[in-house]
Design a binder for this molecule. Structure first.
Ligand code: GRF
Length: 204
């Protein structure tokens, strides 16, 4: 499968995918990352892609007159690589209807909380503030809501008394990177189907 990854930050989830595919070889893993896109310049995620010799692109909202024009430009930039699967790995923008029309159903996101709890841009901070004892991460299909698409996989992470947002987020990311790699590998190798919001991943 051809995969395009979208990032907005440090790109450690992208790095986990790159490392796993390099270690297992693309045909064993079942996927290759063909390009990495971002909504901003100057982020480590793009440096990681360049170090891996991958094509990159940046699609900034401010370079387009309207949000819809940005959404269309992002969809076209992604479509140029003819992906089978698009992975949002810390991509911090909400895509619009044009992007979803083209990639909905094969666009997954990883979120650092146990959806439907704590959706949105501050899931780790919100879970900590709420006082939950366990939180975690969720890989889900992206739909037209914010972190509301069908759930594919989740991982549980304990919250410790001494945690602050960054220590908790780092512990979540250790689980999240494995969950994302395993989920992308399974989708790439065995496909999936969705029945009334329930995602059934393919089996061997
Ligand atoms: C991840 O925890 C992701 O779930 C959240 O932002 C973080 C991105 O981390 N949206 P990285 O850029 O993959 O290191």
């Amino acid at each position: 499968a051809r995969v395009v990854v979208l990032v907005s930050g440090s790109g450690t989830n992208l790095q986990a995918l790159l490392d796993a595919i390099a270690e297992e070889r693309p045909d064993a893993f079942g996927a290759e990352i063909v390009a990495v896109g971002a909504d901003r310049d100057g982020i480590a995620g793009l440096e990681r892609a360049e170090r891996a010799g991958l094509p990159t692109f940046v699609c900034r909202v401010r370079d387009h007159g309207t949000r819809d024009a940005w959404d269309r430009a992002l969809a076209e930039a992604v479509a140029a690589y003819e992906p089978d699967l698009v992975v949002s790995a810390g991509f911090m923008k909400i895509v619009g209807k044009e992007f979803l029309a083209r990639f909905g159903g094969r666009f997954v996101n990883t979120h650092p909380a146990l959806l439907p709890s704590f959706p949105g841009a501050h899931g780790v901070r919100d879970a900590l503030a709420y006082g939950v004892k366990v939180t975690g991460c969720t890989v889900h299909f992206v739909d037209d809501g914010v972190d509301t698409g069908p759930i594919i996989a989740q991982g549980v992470v304990e919250v410790r008394e001494e945690d602050d947002e960054s220590t908790l987020h780092e512990r979540i990311k250790e689980v999240e990177r494995r969950l994302l790699v395993d989920t992308v590998r399974r989708i790439a190798r065995h496909g999936y189907r969705i029945e009334a919001r329930k995602v059934i991943l393919g089996h061997d």
